[in-house]
Design a binder for this molecule. Structure first.
Ligand code: GDP
Length: 453
C-alpha cells in the first residue's frame, strides 16, 4: 500500500525570514498544486525533479504569500518519495495557516520523525545516520556537532560494516565446515577464523571504549562546585564561563523545572545543577551538612572541590575533603596569587589543580584535568563514536556474541554452537544499523524526533 502523503512545517516556529513546509508522498506535487500557483503557469506535478519555481500560495482567490516551491522526484529526495518543499515567509501564524490549507487539500499531518523514518524505510539512510540527524539539529557544543557529523557521513555504519564482514566471513567458514564435517577445521582455516573473530572483538571494544567519553562531549557532565563560603566558587564559575555567560535550560521530566546553568571547560560542557547554593553563602557555611549540597555531591559526575589557600584548612574543609574521597573529584587550591597558608599534604592521593580564579590562572590545567577525568582527552570527535544507549547496547550484545564464539571454540564446542554465537553477534549489528530491525524499535527511535524532521 502506498504511504499516505504527509506534510509538516520543517523550520522552527518563530519570526524568521524564511519558513519551509515539507510535503512528502506519492501525491506531494498534486497536493501542492492545489495551493501553490507558479507565475509561469506550470504545474508542479508536471515538473521533473530538482526544479524550483516561484509563485503564489492561494486559498481560493485569497493570496496568502509569495513562495518558492522545490520539487524532488522519488527516489532522489530526502525521504525517497516525491517531495515538495515550499519556502515562504517564516511567520508562525502564516506557516500554520498554509499548513492547514495543505492538510485541507489532502495531506496528512506528519508524525514526529516521520520524514526521516520514511527515508530509513526507503533505504535512503541507515539507522545510525538517521539518529545523527537529531544531533546535527540540536548540538550544543562543537564537539557534539562533530560527533553527529561523523555519524551522519557514515563513520559508524562503515565501521559496523567492516565488523560485519569479518563475522560474515567467519560464518562462511563455519558453513564450509558444516558442509564438509570430515575435513579438519584446524587444517581448513582455524587460525584465520580466530583472527577474524579477534578483529571483530578489537573493533567492538574500541567503539565501546569511546562511548562514555562521547556521551560527555554530547551531553556535558553534571558538575558540583563545592566548598566553604568565600573560597572562590563563583569566581571560578566566572573564570570557566569566560565571555560566554551561562545558558539557562529547562529540564523536562522533572517534578519541577530545574534551572540549570552551564559553563564550558575546553570542549566539555559542565552542567551546574543548583547553582543557587553556590551564590548563597549562607547555604554554603554548612555546605557539607546540608542535604542539598550532599545531594549535589551524590548525583554529580564531577566534583570541583574548592579550597582557599590563604588560610589554614579547618574542620569544615577536612570533612568536605572526606565526603568527596573516592569520587570523580578535582581539588582546586584557589587564590594562589596570594601567600599560601595551607598544608597541601592533606590532598595527597587527590587530583589537584592550583588556580587563581580571580586572574584566570590555572584555566588550561583545570580543563586538561577535566578532559582527563572525563576520558575525552584522547577522543577524536570525528571518528565513529556511538551516539546513544540503543547503539551502545547493540554493540555490547555483538561483543558478547563474539566473546562467546571465541570461548566456545577454545573450549572445543561444536562448530554449530560457535555459529550460533556468531549469528547472535551479527543480529545485534544488523539491529544497530537497522538492516534487520523490528517495527517496534524503529517506531521508538523516530518517536523521539520532532515533527517536521
Ligand atoms: P564563593 O563564596 O566561594 O562563591 O566565593 P567568591 O567567588 O564570591 O569569592 C570570595 C572572595 O574571594 C571575592 O572577594 C573574590 O574576589 C575573592 N577571590 C576569589 N578567587 C580569588 C583568587 O583566585 N585570588 C584572590 N586574591 N581572590 C579571589
Amino acid at each position: 500500500m502506498a504511504e499516505r502523503t504527509i506534510a509538516a512545517i520543517a523550520t522552527p516556529l518563530g519570526e524568521s525570514s524564511i519558513g519551509v513546509i515539507r510535503i512528502s508522498g506519492e501525491r506531494a506535487a498534486e497536493t501542492a498544486d492545489k495551493v501553490f500557483f507558479a507565475f509561469s503557469g506550470k504545474k508542479l506535478s508536471e515538473l521533473c525533479g530538482y526544479r524550483a519555481v516561484y509563485g503564489k500560495i492561494k486559498d481560493g482567490d485569497r493570496v496568502l504569500d509569495d513562495a518558492v516551491a522545490l520539487v524532488f522526484r522519488a527516489p532522489k529526495s530526502y525521504t525517497g518519495e516525491d517531495v515538495v518543499e515550499i519556502s515562504l515567509h517564516g511567520g508562525r501564524i502564516l506557516l500554520r495557516e498554509v499548513l492547514r490549507l495543505i492538510l485541507k487539500n489532502g495531506a496528512f499531518p506528519a508524525e514526529p520523525g516521520e520524514f526521516t523514518k520514511r527515508a530509513f524505510l526507503n533505504g535512503k539512510t541507515d539507522l545510525t545516520r538517521a539518529e545523527s540527524v537529531m544531533g546535527l539539529i540540536s548540538a550544543k557544543s562543537e564537539s557534539e556537532l562533530r560527533i553527529s557529523r561523523a555519524a551522519h557521513t557514515g563513520k559508524i555504519s562503515r565501521k559496523i560494516e567492516q565488523i560485519e564482514s569479518d563475522l560474515t566471513a567467519a560464518d562462511a567458514s563455519i558453513a564450509a565446515f558444516s558442509d564438509y564435517p570430515d575435513e579438519d577445521i584446524e587444517g581448513l582455516d582455524r587460525d584465520n577464523f580466530i583472527k577474524m573473530l579477534e578483529n571483530a572483538r578489537k573493533e567492538l571494544e574500541e567503539m565501546l571504549s569511546t562511548y562514555d567519553a562521547g556521551r560527555v562531549l554530547r551531553e556535558g557532565i553534571e558538575t558540583a562546585i563545592v566548598g566553604k563560603p568565600n573560597v572562590g566558587k563563583s569566581t571560578l564559575m566566572n573564570m570557566l564561563s569566560g565571555s560566554e555567560r551561562s545558558i539557562v535550560t529547562d529540564i523536562a521530566g522533572t517534578t519541577r523545572d530545574v534551572i540549570e546553568e552551564t559553563v564550558t571547560a575546553g570542549d566539555i560542557v559542565l552542567r551546574l545543577a543548583d547553582t543557587a547554593g553556590i551564590r548563597n553563602t549562607d547555604d554554603a557555611v554548612e555546605s557539607i551538612g546540608v542535604d542539598r549540597a550532599k545531594a549535589r555531591i551524590d548525583s554529580a559526575g564531577l566534583i570541583l572541590a574548592v579550597f582557599d589557600c590563604t588560610s589554614p584548612l579547618d574542620g569544615d574543609d577536612l570533612s568536605l575533603l572526606e565526603s568527596v574521597r573516592g569520587r570523580n573529584v578535582i581539588i582546586i587550591i584557589n587564590k594562589t596569587d596570594m601567600e599560601s597558608k595551607i598544608d597541601k599534604s592533606v590532598f595527597e592521593g587527590f587530583r589537584t589543580v592550583e588556580t587563581s580564579a580571580k586572574s584566570c590562572d590555572g584555566y588550561e590545567r583545570l580543563c586538561a584535568e577535566i578532559a582527563d577525568i572525563a576520558g575525552t582527552a584522547n577522543l577524536d570527535p570525528d571518528s565513529a563514536v556511538l551516539l546513544n544507549e540503543r547503539q551502545r547496547a547493540c554493540a555490547e550484545r555483538a561483543l558478547d556474541g563474539v566473546n562467546e564464539a571465541l570461548s566456545a571454540l577454545l573450549e572445543g564446542n561444536t562448530m554449530d554452537a560457535v555459529g550460533v554465537c556468531v549469528d547472535d553477534s551479527l543480529a545485534a549489528l544488523f539491529e544497530l544499523t537497522g538492516r534487520r530491525v523490528t517495527n517496534e524499535v524503529t517506531d521508538e527511535i523516530f518517536r523521539r524526533f520532532c515533527v517536521g524532521k
